[in-house]
Design a protein. Structure first.
Length: 100
């Protein structure tokens, strides 16, 4: 996650906290939600996808996956052990990535 992504995440969480406080759904004990937002962002960072990839890069990754699983010499019996994913699972992952 880039520094800009981290800042955007903290700002989005901070706005949500402020909105919840304004609607009396959450009570803040601080005038500045930034510290709370930073702690929440830090705790969820490992599940937030890295948005630093642009669509061209994701297309390249999709092409690489499809090429790799189509070559039985490359994607042999050992590849699922090394990667944790079968060829079919990689196909499903590739299908989630942009096609153009």
């Amino acid at each position: 996650m880039t520094q800009d992504d981290q800042i955007a995440l903290i700002q989005a969480i901070g706005k949500a906290i402020t909105d919840l406080d304004d609607s009396n759904e959450l009570v803040l004990c601080s005038d500045d939600p930034t510290n709370c937002a930073t702690k929440i962002a830090s705790s969820v960072r490992h599940v937030v996808p890295n948005t630093g990839l642009n669509s061209s890069e994701m297309l390249g990754i999709r092409s690489l996956i499809l090429h790799a699983i189509s070559d039985k010499r490359f994607f042999d019996w050992e590849m699922p052990i090394l990667t944790g994913f079968s060829a079919e699972q990689f196909k499903a992952i590739a299908d989630k990535l942009p096609r153009e």
